[in-house]
Design a binder for this molecule. Structure first.
Ligand SMILES: *Cc1c(COP(=O)(O)O)cnc(C)c1O
Length: 229
């Protein structure tokens, strides 16, 4: 077994264990293998090990990989996106995780309209209120969601967050829980199902699953340390 296959097996087992602890069906959690800066050989090793969903951060890099590997697997954009790259993102990605402002949402809606598509998106919430992180502040999330929900070529599936970094994953728990509570509130407000919660990375995905994550974005724990980005 390759190292990547073994890492995947361990991550999947940890997701399943966390789901069981929370009384959840492990099948309700999808693993997004975050493959930014990871070369094609290692992505192929993950595909050979059964991984069928990858997350990328940069359009150019993702475009090259998708051209090489094709649509045998699903591709999500997990990182920040500039409005002027909306069209490229709609062309490449099944789900865009980080819609955090009206301008970007309108650009994506226009790009999807021109391509005759409906684009699935998540709203990124800056749950920790950190100045260095993108994401809409929780207090502004209802207005942004209502704006995005009115755009005919976007479909909002749920919320995404990146909490502050802590050495102890337990410290991230209140942020994951707050995202779920916010989701429940927004669901009541809008009547939208908002089934997806994208939260948890290599250091804290088990805690995120215990708090309701349906998409965990895991890079390092699968592919090893990244070089300089
Ligand atoms: C890089 C990245 C990840 C993966 O982080 P790891 O700590 O390597 O698991 C998850 N989410 C986003 C938005 C990222 O940019």
């Amino acid at each position: 077994m390759t190292q990547i296959a073994q890492n995947l097996q361990e991550v999947r087992a940890a997701i399943a264990a966390a789901a069981h602890r929370a009384g959840r069906d492990p099948g309700s959690v999808r693993l997004v293998a975050v493959s930014k800066t990871v070369d094609l050989e290692r992505i192929r090793a993950a595909i050979d090990a059964g991984q069928d969903l990858f997350g990328e951060n940069y359009l150019q890099e993702a475009g090259d990989k998708i051209a090489a590997l094709g649509r045998q697997v699903n591709w999500h954009l997990v990182g920040h996106l500039q409005s002027n790259k909306a069209r490229g993102a709609v062309e490449l990605f099944d789900l865009i995780h980080a819609v955090d402002r009206g301008k970007l949402a309108r650009a994506l809606d226009a790009a999807a309209a021109r391509l005759g598509q409906v684009q699935d998106v998540l709203i990124q919430v800056n749950q920790g209120g950190e100045a260095t992180k993108s994401g809409v502040l929780p207090a502004a999330a209802p207005a942004l969601l209502q704006e995005v929900a009115r755009l005919p070529h976007l479909r909002v599936l749920g919320l995404m967050t990146m909490p502050p970094w802590f050495p102890d994953p337990e410290a991230a728990r209140p942020f994951f829980r707050a995202l779920r509570v916010l989701r429940d509130h927004l669901r009541g407000l809008t009547g939208l199902p908002l089934t997806e919660l994208s939260m948890g990375m290599s250091g804290d995905f088990a805690v995120a699953v215990e708090e309701g994550a349906t998409l965990v974005r895991v890079g390092t724990a699968i592919f090893g340390q990244r070089g300089t980005e």
